[in-house]
Design a protein around this ligand. Sequence first.
Ligand code: PMP
Ligand code: GLU
Length: 406
Amino acid sequence: MKFSNRAMNVKPSATVGVSNRAKAMIRDGIDVVNLGIGEPDFTTPKVISQAAISAIQHGKTSFYTPASGLPELKQAIADRIAADYGVTYAPEQISVANGAKMALYVIMQALVDDGDEVLMPKPSWVSYSQQVSLAGGRPVLVDTNAEFKITLRSLDAAYSDRTKLLVVNSPQNPTGTVYSKSELQAIGQWAVDHHILLIADDIYGKLVYNQTEFYSLIQCGQEIADATILVNGVSKAYSMTGWRIGYVAAVPEIIGKINAILSHSTGNPATVSQYAAIAAFQSDQTDVEKMRRAFEQRLNTIYPLLQQVPGFKLDQKPAGAFYLFPNVAEAIQIVGVQTSSQLVELLLNEAHVAVVDGGAFGMPGYLRLSYAAGLEDLKLAVSRINTFMTRYLKKKVSGGISIETN
Ligand code: PMP
Ligand code: GLU
C-alpha cells in the first residue's frame, strides 16, 4: 500500500497510546493505575448533563448546526471570554470545533504552508508537532529555562525567515508551568515585532493552584490580542473530555478560513454537545472551582511524595494543569536501562503504573505523570513507583544481588 508522505510520517499520540495500553491491561484483570492520560476523573457536572438531556427531550439535537457552531454557543463563549478575561470578542470571531485538538488542527491547516516553521516550547504537548507536520510545516522546539519557560533569547535562537507561528500554552502540558503577565507581554511583543502570529492554548487556564494567577496573551493589549489565536474548550475545566467541544477566537479573516475548512471536514460538532457546552459556559462556575480545589489538594499531596522517590528529581513545583514532569536521569541509571521510554515500559509491566515518556513531548529523560486521578490511586501509584525504585536501588548497592521487598 502506498500511503501519503503525511501518513508515513505521522506518529500516533503517545498520551492516547499509553492510556489505551493501560486500559487494555485493566480489562485483562491487571491492576494498573493509569496516570498516562490527562483527563479529569470527575463526571461532568449535573447542570451541564441536564441541559443536554433537556435539549434531546425538546427535539433540538437531531439536526446539523452551522459547521462552526450554534450562534447561541458562540454568544455564550464570547460572554465567558468577557467574564474570564475582560476582553470582548464578537460571536463572528469564534469557531467551535470537535475539541481543542481539532481547533488546533484546523488552525494549522488554515495557516501553515509547506516548509513554514511553527515554534513551540520544548517540552510541549504531543499533538502540536504532529499537527504542524500534517499541514506540511516544520515544528521547531524552542529551548526552555530551568522553569520550563521559553525566553526571548531562546526565541531569537529558534527564529528564521520561515517562522510563521508561535504556540504558547500556559498552564503548560506536560510541565504545569504558568507564565506571568509580564512574561507573556514580552513574548507577545517579540512575536508582533517579528510579524509572527501566536496561538494561546489556554485549555488549562482555569486550573492554577496555590495563589497562582492566570493570564492570557489576549490580555496583553490590543496589538498582541489581534496577533493571537485563542484556543480553549470544555474538556479540562468542566470535565467534559468525551463531549468534544473546543473553540478558536481570532480576528475575522482567520475565522473565515477556519470555518471554510470545518465546513468540508468535520461539519458541526455534535449538536447535543453544543447544548451541553452552552450550559457549561453559562453556569455559575462553582463546579469548576470545586474541581480546581481537588486538583490543588492532589498536587500538594503528591508532589512531596514523588520528590522522595529515589532517582526522581522535581525541582519545580507545577503551578497549573494536572501534570508532574520529573527528571529521571538518575532513575534510569539506578534501574540500569538506557532511556526514559524503557523506564516507562518497566513501570507499566513491573510496577503497574502507566506514565508517559518525556521523549513524546520532545524531552527524553523525563516522565509525565497525570494527577487527574483520585487521591487514593495517586498515593498507590507513587508508593508502587517508590517500591519499584527502592528495589532497584538496593539491587544496585548490593552489587546486583536481587533483594525482594514485596
Ligand atoms: N491542548 C493541550 C495542551 C492539551 O493537553 C489537550 C489535551 N486534551 C488539548 C489541547 C486538547 O483538548 P481537547 O481536544 O480535549 O479539547
Ligand atoms: N491532552 C491530554 C494529554 O495530554 C489528553 C490526551 C491527548 O489528547 O493528548 O494527556
